[in-house]
Ligand binder design. Structure first.
Ligand SMILES: N[C@@H](CCC(=O)N[C@@H](CS)C(=O)NCC(=O)O)C(=O)O
Length: 108
């Protein structure tokens, strides 16, 4: 079960960072192809983002699945809203919609 402390931590991260990526590994060294793909897309968009390496925190890894109601990583939050994982991000990017979502979020 999601502890109140963990819930507060996640809520704080997603509200303090316009783009928050929960990934396996780091932006510099992703440790999973799905996380690497998402990092690559966000690098191409040129807006600042924050990442958290869920491989370093087992409690966060499990807690996020519950918090987001999503069973896998990466998990992408933009402007405090859960967007999805790798497949959804790729689809939004291919349709040209991700750049718009990001632009709207950062210009608020
Ligand atoms: N189709 C998924 C692919 C991601 C995926 O399957 N991730 C797996 C393997 S890296 C995962 O996070 N499993 C749960 C876990 O490792 O805790 C997406 O769109 O993000």
């Amino acid at each position: 079960m999601l502890s109140p402390i963990l819930q507060t931590k996640i809520e704080s991260q997603i509200s303090n960072n316009k783009i928050m990526l929960y990934i396996k590994g780091t932006a510099q060294q992703p440790q999973c192809g799905f996380s690497a793909a998402v990092v690559q897309v966000f690098n191409s968009l040129g807006q600042p983002y924050e990442t958290e390496n869920i491989l370093e925190d087992g409690e966060l890894r499990q807690g996020l699945k519950e918090f987001s109601s999503w069973p896998t990583f990466p998990q992408v939050y933009i402007d405090g809203e859960f967007v999805g994982g790798c497949d959804i991000v790729m689809e939004l990017n291919n349709r040209g919609e991700l750049a718009t979502i990001v632009q709207e979020a950062v210009s608020k």
